[in-house]
Design a protein around this ligand. Sequence first.
Ligand SMILES: [Zn+2]
Length: 102
Amino acid sequence: MRTQRTNSELLAVKNPELLTHLESQRRYLLRVHLGQGPPPCPACGRLQYPWEAAGLTIDTYDIGSGAAAYHCVGCGIAMTEGLGFFGGEYFWQRATVAKEQA
Ligand SMILES: [Zn+2]
């Protein structure tokens, strides 16, 4: 049984055709994020990658799982990751406020 590749290992793979479907998806998402660069916090403008906002490193972050909770490294607001409609760019948005606060 082989162990799962880390994100850094996925990015360094020389023969992408050897990756599983899931690994290819993770690699694709990583490359999109790294190619775009870290998007800014909507409140304070602090630039950060999703693994940073999740309090993780690129290798401990389970990209594509949707399991992480994001908080701005700078100001601490709760954020969710959005995907631009046209350009396909990732951005941060404020997490929707819970109903009981309305
Ligand atoms: Zn912030």
